[in-house]
Design a protein around this ligand. Structure first.
Ligand code: FE2
Ligand code: FE2
Length: 221
């Protein structure tokens, strides 16, 4: 495995010349599949392929475009192999606002810089896919169906081995997508609390937004 592009600070980030960039989503998938071999560890590459497969399956169940889901799954960890320092440099070059608190910074930034880098590498990738890549760690208060599929697929894909995932896997396809997403998000927060880890204020805001929505729905029903 090679390190992904290590650019000098201030140098433009590499990207394909728009004329040479693959056009269709299928061509982009094939091109990215090869490029990811040079960007990710073997495990992370297999994880990305696994997320693509699960996202495709989920998209068929939840009636979302499976080609979008498969490509977003493949690309979601495009920037995962950078160090914290490199991610900060990339975030600055992409004009991404850095989190106030450096804890969990890499986890948040690789999603956001990855979306920007993918947009540069593949100008034809639709904004819905870029958004799903960007939100796959932090989530958001207004997740689209594609965003939720990538968030969930990243968590439940079969190469992950945590015992708590069995229940979440069993729910996939058997409960509404938003309910499944909330259960996965809850599991992430519980994991952080059990380990006395920092919870980003943005994650708390996401939880509160969906808890309020669920509460309002229960009161209506
Ligand atoms: Fe990731
Ligand atoms: Fe991932």
């Amino acid at each position: 495995m090679q390190r992904p592009d290590n650019n000098n600070k201030g140098a433009p980030l590499p990207g394909q010349n728009a004329q040479n960039a693959p056009q269709s989503l299928g061509e982009i998938y094939d091109d990215a599949r090869v490029k990811l071999e040079g960007r990710l560890t073997q495990y992370r590459l297999l994880h990305s392929l696994s997320v693509a497969d699960i996202a495709d399956l989920m998209a068929n169940v939840y009636e979302v475009d499976p080609e979008y889901a498969r490509l977003a799954g493949l690309l979601h960890d495009w920037d995962k192999n950078y160090t914290d320092e490199e991610l900060v440099g990339r975030a600055e070059r992409f004009n991404i606002e850095l989190p106030d608190d450096p804890r969990n910074m890499a986890a948040l930034l690789h999603a956001q810089t990855g979306a920007c880098a993918v947009a540069q590498e593949y100008p034809n990738v639709p904004p819905e896919i870029l958004q799903a890549i960007s939100r796959h760690t932090s989530a958001a208060t207004d997740m689209s169906e594609l965003d939720m599929i990538i968030y969930v697929a990243d968590m439940i894909e079969p190469l992950r081995s945590a015992p708590s995932l069995q229940l979440l896997r069993s729910l996939a396809g058997n409960v509404p997508l938003e309910e499944l997403f909330i259960k996965c998000f809850q599991s992430t927060l519980e994991h952080l609390i059990r380990r006395h880890r920092y919870i980003h204020p943005g994650s708390v805001a996401v939880w509160n937004a969906y808890a309020a929505k669920e509460h309002a729905q229960k009161r209506k029903g």
